[in-house]
Design a protein around this ligand. Structure first.
Ligand SMILES: *Cc1c(COP(=O)(O)O)cnc(C)c1O
Length: 382
């Protein structure tokens, strides 16, 4: 019976083997704290990986990274921040933490990410209402770089800083430049389902040493320089632990391998679907784009599949104990953000209604792939 087969997950943690050595060292040296050699080492590894021009602070989560970027940019109650609507809630929630208002903007069809035209419309309309947005949060969703140059041009024209949400795109590049180096700040995530994991964790890529120092200050309860505990500002307890950072150091050794394996999964789906009418595998729009293909995603057109829609496909895979998931539900469609402004058309809504993420892990076996292929082919046979 298919249901007795072990579960094939969308994206599960994949250890490289050396993580435990870094963690064991932390135990031996009693660095069981939100500081220590692994914290510094992991930051240095990430800085190297991204090209060495940025300063990186590792934090408890990617959401915390976006939050601290907003804090540092001075976003306060009553302010407005533009956010890509088609994303995970971790991009938008920190705007609410600051008492600010998220202004959601639609995607464009080539990268599924922030539409520069809708972005400019939104900025002009908010300015006409008396409020210049304090920041713009575009996302490299599923590892696909957003329209980096177009978004940067609009941001520059109105002098608004970009907080790049690179939570899903470590290892992706645009014109050979790493995602995570395009914004004033960039957020990374090492949650359990991401391309590398520290069980839970994140990082903020900062433009300077001073900016990083300030982020570390905010992430460790904003302690002033004094022998006693002295505070002039409200801080946060957001620093990454030395244990988690040890896992991160081990994961950095296999990051490029994981990117290659995820990209192989994407190719695997391109191969399966090349002869199936009505299924489009989400792929880079040109050679300028290099996606880590964190998750492989497809669009299903029921008019061309003789009625098979994405939900039918999801339920079919479930009977084979294969996990798949609809694409992110846009933030402007979420009950919690129902009253927030939204600019754009129905691109994100269309993606949500017709898109599906398929198992994409770097740790899927040949046997797993055979099962996935057989299940898909069964649904689309004859
Ligand atoms: C995972 C993710 C986040 C948040 O990261 P956490 O580490 O889970 O807090 C933010 N944005 C996007 C697009 C994500 O996928």
């Amino acid at each position: 019976m298919p249901s007795e087969l072990s579960k094939i997950w969308l994206s599960s943690p994949h250890m490289g083997g050396q993580e435990e050595e870094f963690v064991a060292k932390a135990f031996q040296e009693n660095w069981i704290a939100p500081l220590g050699p692994n914290v510094n080492g992991f930051e240095a590894d990430l800085e190297d990986y991204l090209g060495g021009t940025k300063n990186i602070a590792v934090l408890s989560t990617g959401t915390a990274a976006i939050h601290l970027a907003l804090v540092q940019l001075g976003v306060r109650e009553g302010d407005e921040v533009i956010c890509q609507s088609f994303t995970f809630c971790g991009s938008a929630n920190p705007i609410m933490y600051q008492g600010a208002t998220p202004v959601f903007v639609d995607s464009e069809p080539s990268t599924w990410n922030l539409c520069p035209k809708a972005l400019e419309t939104a900025i002009l309309d908010r300015i006409s209402k008396g409020k210049t947005p304090k920041a713009i949060i575009p996302v490299h969703l599923y590892g696909m770089p957003y329209l980096v140059e177009e978004v940067a041009a609009v941001a520059k024209k109105y002098n608004i800083p970009v907080i790049e949400d690179a939570a899903e795109s470590l290892g992706s590049t645009f014109k050979s430049q790493n995602c995570g180096t395009f914004g004033e700040f960039a957020a990374l995530s090492f949650n359990g389902n991401k391309i590398i994991t520290t069980s839970g964790g994140g990082a903020l890529v900062c433009p300077s040493t001073q900016a990083k120092d300030k982020i570390v200050f905010y992430s460790t309860q904003a302690r002033d320089n004094a022998p006693h505990y002295q505070h002039s500002e409200v801080g946060f307890n957001y620093r990454m632990s030395n244990i988690s950072a040890g896992i991160g150091r081990g994961q950095m050794l296999v990051l490029d391998e994981h990117v290659a394996l995820r990209r192989e999964m994407h190719k695997f789906y391109q191969e399966i679907f090349k002869d199936i009418e009505g299924i489009e595998v989400f792929t880079e729009p040109s050679e300028d784009y290099f996606s880590n293909h964190w998750l492989s995603a497809i669009l299903v057109d029921p008019k061309k599949t003789r009625g098979i829609d994405r939900e039918q496909m999801r339920l079919h895979l479930e009977t084979f104990n294969i996990e798949s998931r609809p694409l992110w539900k846009p933030m402007h469609m979420q009950p919690v953000f129902a009253n927030m402004p939204y600019y754009g058309g129905k691109v994100a809504e269309h993606l949500f209604e017709n898109g599906l993420c398929l198992p994409s892990g770097s740790n899927l076996s040949d046997e797993d792939r055979e099962r996935i292929k057989a299940a898909i082919l069964e649904l689309f046979k004859n």
